[in-house]
Design a protein around this ligand. Structure first.
Ligand SMILES: *Cc1c(COP(=O)(O)O)cnc(C)c1O
Length: 224
């Protein structure tokens, strides 16, 4: 299936007035498809798999903002640290420490989102509220040393379900947590970004307060 340019334009027109950033999720899709959207002005792209990510990036223009949206293993951080723009799925303090270490080696500050577990399903990664409370309670002190990372927001995935009420409730829960922690502000913890919403549920997410959506199949067609 080709890239759907018409859908891209329509989504951009929908998101722009609401100040919502579109991350075009290009995992498993060819370079040519990414270029097609790039030529329409799209600059934020998201990938899930480290190996695929590092193979694609050098083949594409350098002014792309590359988002890593998958589950990131500590031992793979070093491969993406030189170029990644935003890491969405940070789900442990240990991972933050490793991102900090690799960012320092590249002389960069890497922006991160903490992933929060909001879905009913058991397969989703992320902090739950108690874990987040624990982490954020100690955070100002713990983060002080991590000068090469900056936590700029939260990310979550709703249940894969057509139960609108349940999905909306899950998104509302993430927004509530975002509001709860937004008052906390240190040199490297300043929330501005709430990454929630995918092809099937981005409208619900925006209605609840998302300002970054991650859309793949609507733009690029269904994946294998
Ligand atoms: C694949 C993926 C998306 C995009 O999913 P679509 O349903 O194709 O829009 C968004 N977020 C994450 C974390 C993903 O893994």
């Amino acid at each position: 299936m080709p890239v759907n340019e018409t859908v891209h334009q329509a989504i951009i027109q929908e998101l722009h007035p609401q100040n919502v950033t579109l991350v075009a999720v290009s995992k498993t899709k060819p370079i040519a498809d990414i270029r097609t959207l790039y030529n329409l002005g799209q600059r934020d792209f998201g990938e899930n798999y480290v190996q695929e990510f590092v193979e694609k990036v050098p083949q594409l223009p350098t002014d792309i903002n590359w988002h890593f949206i998958g589950h990131l293993q500590s031992n793979k951080v070093k491969y993406i640290a030189p170029f990644v723009h935003l890491i969405h799925g940070v789900d442990s303090f240990k991972l933050l420490q490793e991102i900090n270490k690799q960012a320092a080696k590249s002389n960069r500050v890497i922006n991160c989102l903490l992933q929060v577990y909001i879905a009913q399903e058991e397969t989703k990664f992320g902090f739950d509220e108690a874990e987040l409370d624990n982490l954020l309670h100690e955070l100002p002190e713990k983060l002080h040393e991590l000068k090469n990372i900056k936590i700029i927001g939260l990310m979550g995935m709703a249940s894969f379900s057509d139960d609108y009420e349940m999905v909306t409730a899950e998104f509302k829960n993430l927004k509530r947590l975002y509001d709860k922690y937004a008052a906390l502000s240190t040199a490297n913890f300043q929330l501005s970004t709430i990454s929630m919403g995918m092809s099937g549920d981005y409208k619900l997410a925006i209605a609840v307060g998302s300002n970054m959506v991650r859309i793949g199949s609507l733009l690029f067609g269904a994946r294998e």
